[in-house]
Design a protein around this ligand. Structure first.
Ligand SMILES: [Zn+2]
Length: 396
């Protein structure tokens, strides 16, 4: 079993050790040392990164069979004695999140009675799963208050090993998952649980604890939270977003929700006005288009091209013109979001998709689709004369 230096001193960033064996993990070189400051993935906390004699350590795993710690390396190591350095920024972040989790779990237990059933320290967010659902916002705020008060009281945090019998009498928040000697982590006069992770020595180092999300998952609740530097970075990012949004609407931050509601109301009114204008336009343009309808062997045919038309208007026109008549309707509009539509009224002996495909081939385009009686394709920035010609040829 590798001697775990991170248990004795979680602040140890550099160490020397002797190589016990060289091995492999999933085809990558790995090394086992007599002692290490590298934390292996476990207990919800991810592994450390860093270097051994300058070679990057990409993963650290605890081998279940014998408790040996495998350092997976970016390239092979050839030495008997090594100097290890751990990525302190990453490790200290893990210590902040992990200690913050102990405090937050105890705060939830005291205020709501909810037990933490699992913990996950991710790259972005940290989560705990609680064994209850339906937390009122006031309770969540009270939990956050208590957790941050414990942080600001700068209480001591320490770890020690006890025998299993002694652990039973310690009323641990989390009972141990291992047998034999048990590692207890204690936040002075607040929380006591069995844990093998790395923690800060005083709660003040955790920094702010912020709950960011609660999600119901069956009979449990997943709480996402951030501690320390992560919480500050999140605050900075959200503050920038808020300032940008308020700036773009030319209002103060506090007025932002009201400004958004006003914009939404304006948009709703504008949409209503646009719909009414479009209906007016349809009423005016339909008689004009009816005059351009040509006779055909199966009934009638109509082609028309607009330089530009608001999207949404063309399908409505095509439907109105082909409804209940043996009429083939070919409509198109140019511009950046141009559209080509083929609509077949009842009794027209062609497939709209086939007609559409033939026109697109002439234009050197592809895409689009639809049903036998209606098909459409985007024709952005197509030459209007070429489009007119292709439509005429399609019915010729
Ligand atoms: Zn812990």
């Amino acid at each position: 079993m590798t001697e775990r230096l991170y248990w004795l001193d979680p602040y140890l960033q550099q160490f020397t050790a002797t190589v016990v064996s060289l091995t492999e993990h999933n085809g990558q070189p790995a090394v086992i040392l007599d002692r290490t400051a590298f934390y292996p993935t476990g207990g919800g906390q991810p592994h450390d990164r860093g270097t051994l004699n300058g070679i990057p350590v990409v993963e650290v795993i605890e081998r279940e069979s014998d408790g040996a710690i495998l350092h997976v390396l970016a390239r092979p190591l050839e030495a008997r004695e090594v100097e290890g350095r751990i990525d302190w920024e990453r490790r200290f972040d893990h210590m902040q999140q992990h200690t913050g989790q102990h405090i937050l779990s105890q705060a939830f237990l005291r205020i709501t009675g909810a037990q933490t059933v699992s913990f996950h320290l991710g790259e972005e967010v940290v989560t705990i799963d609680l064994d209850q659902v339906g937390f009122p916002p006031t309770a969540v705020e009270a939990v956050e208050e208590l957790a941050n008060r414990v942080v600001l009281e700068n209480r001591e945090v320490w770890a020690r090993f006890v025998e299993a019998e002694e652990a039973e009498g310690l009323s641990l928040r989390r009972p141990p998952k291992v047998e034999g000697r048990i590692r207890i982590v204690e936040v002075a006069d607040f929380d006591r649980s069995a844990c093998g992770g790395t923690h800060v020595r005083r709660t003040g180092e955790v920094g702010p604890i912020k709950i960011v999300k609660l999600e119901r998952r069956g009979n449990e609740t997943r709480v996402s939270f951030l501690c320390g530097w992560r919480a500050l970075r999140d605050y900075r990012r959200k503050h920038r977003l808020l300032l940008e949004s308020a700036g773009s609407l030319s209002v103060g931050e506090a007025m932002l929700p009201e400004a958004i509601r006003a914009l939404q109301a304006d948009l709703k009114e504008a949409r209503k006005a646009l719909m009414a204008l479009q209906e007016l336009y349809l009423d005016l343009v339909l008689p004009y288009l009816e005059q351009r309808v040509q006779p055909a062997s199966f009934g009638e045919v109509l082609t028309y091209v607009w330089p530009q038309l608001p999207s949404g208007l063309l399908p409505r026109l095509a439907r109105r013109l082909s409804e209940g008549r043996p009429r083939l309707v070919l409509l198109a509009a140019g511009g950046a979001d141009g559209l080509l539509i083929v609509a077949c009224g009842p009794g027209v002996p062609v497939d709209a998709r086939e007609v559409l495909r033939r026109i697109l081939v002439r234009l050197g385009l592809e895409g689009g689709g639809g049903r036998p009686d209606y098909a459409q394709a985007p024709v952005s920035r197509v030459d209007l004369q070429a489009l007119q010609r292709a439509l005429s040829e399609a019915i010729g």
